[in-house]
Design a binder for this molecule. Structure first.
Ligand code: ZN
Ligand code: ZN
Length: 242
């Protein structure tokens, strides 16, 4: 019956690619094959700490300059793809308009990425990078929490949606430099119950890694409360020259 309803709905409202809007064929989910094939996935060599991909394929993975000169409170950060082209377009749409099929699509990709770098025993807890309550009201949902829920479904690693909080509203960071971002986010997160992170291995999840200032600040707060280790997983890594 459920199958018939799905078929019927598909007939009445044929699903479209969330990037180029062509009608999807059977077996395609969220984005069409054409757009999917244009997504650049991140492969080594990349920074062994923040995961930023290196342009030259000739060298081995090693820590990048930014990671050598700045204190990183997380151990490693990994992302699935470059934040550009159809991947960027689709993430952007999904952030401002929650779509179940895209949540499933990103959730599946995230779970694949997770298995590439870790296993389920690697963590005690999954935490989404939180949004400030005002932003949450504006948007209606936190995309990082949607990702965490999807990852919890496939790994069964527990998660907490309110433990880590964004207590100070910070201005949009799109045009800020790395140093300005670091200053802007400093002190803007806190923990609801500090004792719940003590000794824990934690995976922080977000949609996009840009300079790492946000996840680094979250990791700093977690480490201060006694978390043992924090790693980071995002859908995309934005490559910028700061
Ligand atoms: Zn498409
Ligand atoms: Zn790095």
């Amino acid at each position: 019956m459920r199958f018939l309803t799905d078929r019927f709905l598909r007939f009445l409202f044929p699903p479209q690619c969330h990037c180029c809007e062509t009608f999807l064929e059977e077996g395609e989910q969220g984005v069409c094959r054409g757009c999917f094939s244009k997504i650049r996935w991140i492969e080594p060599p990349f920074c062994t700490i923040c995961g930023v991909p290196f342009l030259s394929g000739e060298i081995e993975s090693h820590p990048c300059g930014a990671c050598l000169t700045r204190r990183r409170y997380f151990t490693i950060a990994r992302a699935l793809g470059y934040y550009e082209g159809p991947f960027r377009e689709t993430i952007h749409r999904w952030k401002y308009e929650e779509k179940n099929c895209l949540t499933r699509f990103f959730g599946e990709k995230l779970a694949e990425g997770f298995r590439r770098y870790w296993d389920v025993e690697s963590f005690d807890l999954l935490l989404p990078v939180p949004l400030h309550p005002c932003r949450l009201r504006e948007r209606g949902f936190n995309q990082a929490l949607l990702l965490v829920r999807e990852l919890n479904r496939s790994t069964r690693i527990p998660y907490s949606k309110k433990l880590l909080r964004k207590k100070i509203l910070t201005p949009p960071q799109v045009h800020l430099s790395r140093a300005e971002r670091e200053k802007a986010v400093r002190g803007s997160f806190d923990l609801q119950r500090e004792e719940e992170v003590e000794g824990k291995l934690i995976l922080l999840v977000d949609d996009v890694y840009t300079t790492g200032s946000t996840v680094n600040e979250c990791a700093r707060v977690l480490r201060k409360a006694g978390a043992k280790q924090i790693d980071v997983l995002t859908l995309a890594h934005a490559i910028k020259n700061f």
